[in-house]
Design a protein around this ligand. Sequence first.
Ligand code: BG6
Ligand code: MG
Length: 221
Amino acid sequence: MYPSMKISGCIFDMDGVVVDSAKHHFTAWKMLADELSIQFSKQDNKLLKGLSRLDSLEKILSLGSLELDSKTKLQLMDKKNSIYLYLVSKMGENEILPGVKDLILELRREGIGVCLGSSSKNATVILKNVNLFNLFDGVVDGNHITLSKPDPEVFLKGAEILGLSPSECIVFEDAASGVEAALSGGFFALGIGDASELSSANSVVTDLSGMTLKKLNQITG
Ligand code: BG6
Ligand code: MG
């Protein structure tokens, strides 16, 4: 049982929590995998949740038992990202996941700090495309960290921006690696998605539709 806390800050993972971007990651990785003649399914794509771009590529290469040099890997990542950026340039507010915007607006009204903590290096462009960027007090993404989740660096930097300690913040995460990062940083980890995949989280909800500060207080209380 987690000791009851006063929620002063909320740190949101982006992909799979704030926006429905996994499908765009999948389309882009799939094009690359096809070119490399590697079988890559939607199920395989789930394994990439929360992993950095390089770790994702390594995982795909391992599915095809392919070993490549660093230069080729960089070229492949650039190629994947160009496709991905094209796809996310078409994203709109309709790809914000259910309940997220209303929750963030309520948190802001109540004076709760709101920060992003994402492994993606594309967070700023995506948040701007879906018109959410201005609602965050801070954005920490893959450009600001040296260690990927499950290391807690991304969330610790978020808490620092909010001027809060981890014990005052909830982390919203859809990936097991992100839940692990939150827990090892001393945050309350709220898993978003399938409870069987996020069993180590302090609590799990299917999605954020209808989520309110009152409900968050009940969950953490
Ligand atoms: C994470 C996603 O948020 O960001 C991963 O869950 C993705 O699937 C990672 O690989 C890196 O994203 P990007 O946008 O920097 O390639
Ligand atoms: Mg995620």
